[in-house]
Every structure is written in structure tokens, then in C-alpha cells.
Design a protein around this ligand. Structure first.
Ligand code: ZN
Length: 633
């Protein structure tokens, strides 16, 4: 009897559990898009047992648009809206349509005259892909595959930058399409092959998701496969692979590489995979979703520094392999010789070098504190005299190429640690662009010890973001506009009190973080104040935060923050010691004010109001004045 009772209870619990799981709605995580604007990617994941929502596409006129509802779904992070400048898609909106039942609605508005009957909806692993047009294979633009600068950008800036649809023309005559056989060769070299280790066992953790090769998103990278290949770890995905600078960690010794703007399929996350071919070695690899929008590849090995990343010519996959075990014939059989090099000066600090090859090139990027090395595995020859002639009298004069037997060609250049390297690859894989932005040199210890005597009564104000960098965006309101407005108000109050004020930007232009710091260092002010608007995925957070990094900036942060809290009726989120670039690299007392949350509807409305902007400016100015007065006592 007791036993039957127990069984009944278990049965009831089971039913209850099942009901709960079924009631769990899908979580709609994010809205992404291909920068060719022909694909929209809606990430619907996370909820383990959530069912793929049934999709039904509807078309409407005036304006020309489509919509579809995701039933039993909850939108995480609030309403999302993307507006495109130049494309057949004008706007994409994602919003919680009803809450009972839970329905998320996606609306995509097209140019007038665009034939929406061509639009297709697809569901891939629960994620939704909208294909608005056949994908053109164009050869005249570059994709960023390696970006040290991306690490300095807060998440919101990365999204904002990719919001504006931009293509970088190659600047040389459009290369002919790569012969198909060569492209296939390279694809094959990077294709999913052995899913088993040398012991013949197949690993459960190695999961492949079969997706059409036509689905290549160019902005977001979506990791859908992790394999063992040629004694290394092959990371395969859809979309535009972007990588950041590698680094190493100890105990255990490991290599870490972050992939910004990347999602890892939930089935692949944090699975430990052996990357060894012999039993004596214990090297393992893992790929995880490190942050909301960033994946992390970790190779744990006693010889972590031996591992190198090899980029496929189509920027869809990456192989991490111990360089000693690499047989470059495994990678590719076609030869890609250097055709021509081009150098272009972008501005006083930024220069680019384009290397154009006869065929798609497979390469590895290795950057350390004082150099950049590019290993071009299938390159066999180049014209040294031509190269020297092209590079002479340019920033890239120290750039050299050398033939390495059995490997290919090594291209290298000495660089400073603070220099920022970006590497792009043409879509046909036949050109590589290396852009270097000279960074602010690290101060020598002697220099750092000498305390700069700042100019009394002078203030540098830094309006966050600007130009192509919108900062956080909600409901068509841009952080960059609010920061500029408030900064100018602070400036005019300070000037009226007799302070000298210099602004890192006075209009809607893009200024790099390095340039902001260098500007301030040249001005030599008494204080540096950077003005920003905060944002969060959730819509509830609100309030003011003041950030400082160096201890000598703490007092300034305290004084300004207390004025803000006194003046403005919102949440006091407190002081933070944060390593933001501009307040870390400036040598005078420096703070960064986050004057409220654009992601909170109520605070957003206040932030754009005349009174809040003026109150904020007044509080910041009064804080600066109080601080400066206290210093001159
Ligand atoms: Zn900001």
C-alpha cells in the first residue's frame, strides 16, 4: 500500500513537472543581421525544453512589410529595433506583442517595391533566420577577422557600430572570382572530417549541426560545430568569424582566445574535448559562451604557447593546432602567390596594407607585445623588389616577408604593445588587409614617476561615443546625442565661472578612445571627465554611477557623484573602480559618469528632457568646481 502511494505521488510529480516544462516559454534572446542585409537572425535559445515556435509569415502594404509571431515566447532584453541606411531592409523590430499568451512579434519593413514574396523563413536549431534575398557572392569587400580594438569597445558599441551597414571597397580592381576548384579545396581542408580520436572512439561532445552552406551570416558568428581535425581543434560556424588577441593563463597552463560578437550553440558549450593524437599528451579544448555576446576558446596544454590559430580562407572556421604537429599540406593544396601590395594612409595614426594573392590564402595571425607575424601557409613566392618598392617611404617600411621551407611565407613587422591591429580578409579569400592604428606608447617608469603639473582651472570634457559609434540605442534615442548635449552644457557652465574647457569632440564625429586620451594628455588639464549614458539588457535598472580607476581620481569621483545624487532624483548606484580605457590611460584625475539608463523607459524619457540634462550638467560642473577649489587650498 505504502509503495502504491509512493508511486502515485511520483506519478503526480512527474505530470506536474511535465506541465511546468511545457509552460516554459521560449526565450527570444537577440536580433542580429547580416551586413549584406539579406539575412536577419533571431536567436531563440536557452530554454532547454522550449519548442521551436510555429512560424507564419504575413505580408502587408503601406509600408511594405512582413511580420511573424513567435508563440509561447518571451523577449529578453526588451524591444529591439534596427534601422538600416542603405539596404532593401529599412527596419527590423522585435517586440513582446502580448503577454498572455506570450507572443513575440517580428516586423521587417522593406523598401517600397521590394518583392516580399521572395522572403523566406527558416528555423535552425530553434533559431530563426529570415532570408530576404539570394545571397550575392561579392568579392569587393572585406570582413574583419581579427580585431584588437574590439576588445576596448563595450558591448553596446559593438552593436551600434554594426548597425550602420557599411562595406569597405577593396580599392583595387575587383578580383575575378576564385576558380571553384580552389575554393572547394580550401573548404574541404576545413570541412568536418574525423569526428573520432586516434583511439577510434567517437566523442559525444562533438556535435555537428547540418546547415545549408548558403547560410553565411556576415556579422554575427554562430558556432555550430567543434571537431577534431588534423590533430587540432576545428571551430566551425555560420557568419562572420571575428577573433581577438590571444592570451595565456597559468595553472593549468592554457591559451585563451575570445571571439567577439559570437554565439555558441548551446549543445556545444563547455564540452571538454581531447585534441591529442597520441596517448602521452593530455591537451584539451573547450568552447564556451563567455559573455552574452562573446565566445571563448580555451586550450589547456603544457605547451599552450605552441598552439596557433589558423583561419580558413572563407572566414567560416578556425583551426587551433600545435604548430609542431602541423603539416601544412593538410590545409590546402593550392598555391597562392603574392600578386601585389598596396599601402594607404588613413590618417596620422592609421595605415593599411593590402596584400593581394593569386588564390585564396590560408593563414595564421600571431601577435605578441612587440610584433605581428602572419604565416601564409599556401604562399610560395612573392616579388621582393616590388614589395620593397611599394613599402618604401610608408608606415609599412619595416614590414618584411620571408620564405620558410615546408611552411610557406612569414610576413612580420615590429609593433608596440599599444598599437591596435585589425586584420580583414576579402570575401573571396584572396586579399588580406592589415590595419595598424598607432597606440599611445606605454610610459617609461621614470616618466610615470614624474607627476605632470596640470594646468590649474583647465578641464577636459569627453562626450562619449559619436559619429559611427552610437553608444547605446533605445527607441531611436542615441547615447551619443545625449552625451554631447550634456557635455556642452557642462562646458558652458564652467566657462561662465572662468574655467578653461577643452572638448574631445564638439560635434557628431567619431573619435577613437586613443585620440581622446592623447588629446587630454596634450591639453594637460586639472581634471578629465567623460560623460556617458548607461544601458542594460533588462529594462528595470536605473540610476547614476560614477567610475574612476586610479586612486588619485577617487576624490574627484566622490565629489562629482555626491553633487549628481543631491541634484537628481534617481537611484544612487555608487562609485565604481573600473578599467575604462579613457580613465585608465589619462594621467590626471579622471572619471567617467554614467548619468542614467537609456534602457529604462522612465529614465530614458527624463534623460532627453531639458530639465534632467540641465540638472546633470549643473551637478557635474559644480562637482568639478568644488574639487578644483579643494585642490588649490
Ligand atoms: Zn557609453
Amino acid at each position: 500500500m505504502k509503495r502504491i502511494f509512493f508511486l502515485i505521488i511520483t506519478f503526480i510529480m512527474l505530470i506536474f513537472q511535465t506541465l511546468c516544462v511545457n509552460a516554459e516559454p521560449s526565450k527570444v534572446m537577440s536580433l542580429n543581421f547580416d551586413d549584406s542585409s539579406s539575412l536577419v537572425f533571431i536567436n531563440v535559445l536557452e530554454s532547454a525544453d522550449a519548442q521551436t515556435p510555429q512560424l507564419k509569415l504575413s505580408r502587408l502594404d503601406n509600408p511594405n512589410r512582413i511580420y511573424f509571431d513567435l508563440e509561447n515566447s518571451v523577449l529578453i532584453g526588451g524591444k529591439q529595433q534596427l534601422v538600416f541606411e542603405k539596404s532593401n531592409i529599412k527596419e527590423i523590430r522585435l517586440s513582446q506583442f502580448t503577454t498572455s499568451p506570450d507572443v513575440v512579434r517580428a516586423v521587417i519593413t522593406f523598401e517600397e517595391g521590394f518583392d516580399t514574396s521572395k522572403v523566406k523563413l527558416m528555423s535552425v536549431n530553434g533559431n530563426i533566420i529570415v532570408r530576404a534575398a539570394p545571397l550575392p557572392i561579392k568579392n569587393d569587400y572585406f570582413n574583419t577577422i581579427y580585431d584588437e580594438g574590439a576588445e576596448n569597445l563595450p558591448y553596446s558599441s559593438i552593436t551600434a557600430n554594426s548597425q550602420v551597414v557599411q562595406r569597405t571597397p577593396i580599392g583595387i580592381s575587383t578580383p575575378e572570382k576564385a576558380p571553384n576548384s580552389v575554393v572547394q579545396d580550401i573548404q574541404k581542408a576545413f570541412e568536418n572530417s574525423t569526428l573520432s580520436n586516434s583511439d577510434g572512439k567517437t566523442y559525444d561532445s562533438v556535435i555537428s549541426v547540418d546547415l545549408s552552406s548558403a547560410l553565411k551570416l556576415r556579422t554575427k558568428y554562430y558556432i555550430n560545430g567543434i571537431y577534431l581535425k588534423n590533430g587540432g581543434l576545428l571551430v566551425n560556424g555560420l557568419g562572420q568569424l571575428t577573433s581577438a588577441k590571444m592570451f595565456y593563463l597559468d595553472s593549468p597552463k592554457r591559451l585563451v582566445m575570445d571571439l567577439p560578437n559570437t554565439f555558441v550553440d548551446k549543445n556545444l558549450r563547455n564540452k571538454e574535448i581531447s585534441v591529442c593524437q597520441d596517448s602521452s599528451c593530455k591537451d584539451t579544448a573547450k568552447v564556451g559562451q563567455f559573455e552574452y555576446n562573446k565566445a571563448r576558446v580555451v586550450i589547456t596544454s603544457d605547451k599552450a604557447e605552441k598552439y596557433i590559430p589558423i583561419y580558413s580562407a572563407d572566414a567560416q572556421s578556425m583551426l587551433f593546432i600545435n604548430a609542431d604537429k602541423l603539416r601544412h599540406t593538410d590545409l590546402v593544396s593550392s598555391v597562392a602567390n603574392l600578386n601585389k601590395a598596396f599601402v594607404r594612409k588613413i590618417d596620422g595614426k592609421t595605415n593599411e596594407l593590402i596584400l593581394s594573392f593569386t588564390n585564396p590564402v590560408v593563414h595564421s595571425i600571431l601577435r605578441n607585445d612587440n610584433s605581428l607575424n602572419l604565416y601564409l601557409f599556401n604562399v610560395k613566392s612573392y616579388n621582393e623588389q616590388d614589395l620593397i618598392k611599394t613599402l618604401n617611404n610608408t608606415y609599412y617600411k619595416p614590414f618584411t616577408m620571408s620564405l620558410l621551407p615546408q611552411i610557406g611565407v612569414r610576413a612580420s613587422m615590429e609593433l608596440n604593445k599599444a598599437d591596435i591591429v585589425r586584420i580583414e580578409q576579402s570575401v573571396d579569400g584572396k586579399a588580406v588587409k592589415i590595419t595598424v592604428t598607432q597606440g599611445v606608447k606605454e610610459k617609461t617608469p621614470e616618466k610615470a614617476a614624474v607627476k605632470r603639473s596640470p594646468s590649474k582651472g583647465k578641464v577636459v570634457l569627453d562626450a562619449g561615443h559619436g559619429g559611427s559609434d552610437y553608444g547605446a540605442i533605445r527607441e531611436g534615442i542615441n547615447e551619443k546625442d545625449i552625451t554631447l548635449d550634456v557635455t556642452q552644457r557642462v562646458a558652458s557652465i564652467l566657462k561662465s565661472k572662468g574655467y578653461k574647457v577643452a572638448l574631445t569632440r564638439t560635434d557628431d564625429t567619431y573619435v577613437s578612445l586613443q585620440d581622446r586620451v592623447e588629446f587630454s594628455e596634450n591639453e594637460g588639464p586639472e581634471v578629465f571627465v567623460s560623460i556617458h549614458v548607461n544601458s542594460a539588457e533588462a529594462t528595470e535598472p536605473k540610476g547614476i554611477e560614477t567610475h574612476y580607476y586610479h586612486d588619485y581620481s577617487n576624490e574627484l569621483a566622490k565629489v562629482v557623484h555626491s553633487h549628481l545624487i543631491k541634484e537628481i532624483d534617481t537611484k544612487d548606484r555608487g562609485l565604481f573602480k573600473s578599467k575604462f580605457y579613457v580613465i585608465n590611460h589619462t594621467t590626471v584625475p579622471a572619471i567617467l559618469v554614467e548619468m542614467g539608463f537609456i534602457s529604462n523607459a522612465q529614465e530614458r524619457a527624463e534623460l532627453v528632457s531639458e530639465s534632467r540634462k540641465q540638472k546633470t550638467a549643473k551637478a557635474i560642473a559644480e562637482g568639478i568646481i568644488e574639487y578644483c577649489k579643494s585642490q588649490s587650498k
